[in-house]
Design a protein around this ligand. Structure first.
Ligand code: PLP
Length: 385
């Protein structure tokens, strides 16, 4: 049987070698509660602190500004709710965008029910959000700006450095969901002036179920998880030592490999995009071209077909990709991101996200270019008959 072709790196990545090596001892003989005073505890604590340093280095932060969480969704929830409630005396207005991950959007919707007022900024047809828009939306009640570093569906890289400068000028806390961007886009908490940055290990070849939130030292924030005194009293719960060790090793490996990986991934992405445009009539590339697009992201709409059917046919051909984002596939509601960039319903339905990563080869891309045009044509014929 031919190997399956995995092209859904935006949904999750395979565990990298560095992460596995760092984790294995903690799934074997080594164990300990990082809060314990004895030797086992000290060893576990040492592993966590090493990872904290590795993550801090990757984004230009201090280790004591990194807080471990259960993943990107928790980090997003904490950043938004924690800031909203800590700053509610100063105001109740939050600025975000229409194309954030649901971990931000649904958190904001919930906050509306708690009396907060949210501005969901629109985006242009490439999913881009202009810093001027952000500035115009600021009121004297604004207590948080949250804009993602890069979009997980259509790959748009947002101008977070400029938005961060604006936020800083008005002294408003700025959060960025960098879950999809880290490793592909240089992220520095100094350049962005971000006060809060969400990360998730399984998007950069680390394990699932572990993430981190960068919190600029001095920023006021309420905890999301109450309990013990872990993570300097701001995030209770026994540390996931294996996961944390894996996350630290993964980010270091990712940063080291990034220049080479991004170069080849970008080259294969452009080969795929050009190939699809040449071979498939009536298609539309969603998101920007070139440097304003994540290196590994390719997202198309094919008029007149069902994305779900396309996914199944590709899966039968041994190719794993996504209909939009992993969190929305399987649900009939169209993507909020494609809606925000102004696609008509027919184009929205026929959308396909192909995301490339570290292990993607030219042969895999050529195989997609081989089978995809025919599948699209067959599905269109079935519809027409
Ligand atoms: C995957 C993802 C998340 C959620 O992260 P989990 O660790 O899966 O909870 C949040 N934001 C973006 C942009 C993502 O791509």
């Amino acid at each position: 049987m031919r190997d399956r072709i995995y092209l859904d790196y935006a949904a999750t990545t395979p565990l990298g070698n560095a992460a596995r090596t760092a984790m294995l001892p903690w799934l074997g003989d080594l164990f300990g509660n990082a809060s314990s005073v004895h030797g086992n505890g000290r060893e576990a604590r040492k592993a966590c602190e090493k990872a904290r340093k590795q993550i801090a280095e990757a984004i230009g932060a201090e280790p004591n500004e990194i807080y471990f969480t259960s993943g990107g969704s928790e980090s997003d929830n904490w950043a938004v709710k924690g800031t909203a409630f800590a700053h509610q005396k100063a105001g109740n207005h939050i600025i975000t965008t229409a194309i954030e991950h649901h971990a931000i959007l649904n958190t904001c919707k919930w906050l509306e029910k708690q009396g907060f007022s949210i501005t969901y900024l629109p985006v242009d047809e490439e999913g881009w959000i202009s810093p001027e828009q952000v500035e115009k939306a600021i009121t004297n009640r604004t207590i948080l700006i949250s804009v993602m570093t890069a979009n997980n569906e259509i790959g748009t890289i947002e101008p977070v450095d400029e938005i961060g400068k604006i936020a800083r000028h008005y002294r408003i806390p700025f959060h960025t969901d960098a879950v999809q961007a880290i490793g592909s886009v240089p992220i520095s908490c100094q350049n962005t002036g971000a006060d809060l940055i969400s990360l998730s290990a399984h998007k950069f070849y680390g394990p699932q179920g572990v993430g981190a939130l960068y919190i600029r030292s001095g920023l006021k924030i309420e905890p999301l998880i109450h309990g013990g005194n872990q993570e300097r009293g701001l995030r209770a719960g026994t540390n996931n030592v294996a996961g944390i060790a894996g996350m630290g090793a993964a980010i270091s490996e990712c940063m080291e490999a990034a220049p080479n990986v991004n170069r080849s991934v970008r080259e294969y992405r452009d080969r795929l995009i050009r190939g699809i445009i040449e071979r498939v009539p009536d298609c539309r590339l969603n998101g920007p071209e070139g440097d304003r697009r994540l290196p590994g992201n390719c997202h198309f709409s094919f008029d007149g077909i069902e994305g779900e059917a396309l996914l199944l046919r590709l899966d039968l051909a041994g190719i794993a990709c996504s209909g939009g984002s992993a969190c929305t596939s399987g649900s009939p509601s169209p993507s909020h991101v494609l809606d925000a960039i102004g696609l008509n319903p027919s184009m929205m339905n026929g959308s396909l996200r192909i995301t490339l990563g570290r292990h993607t080869t030219r042969d895999e891309i050529d195989e997609v270019l081989n089978v995809l045009p025919e599948i699209v044509q067959q599905l269109r014929c079935m519809r027409g008959s």
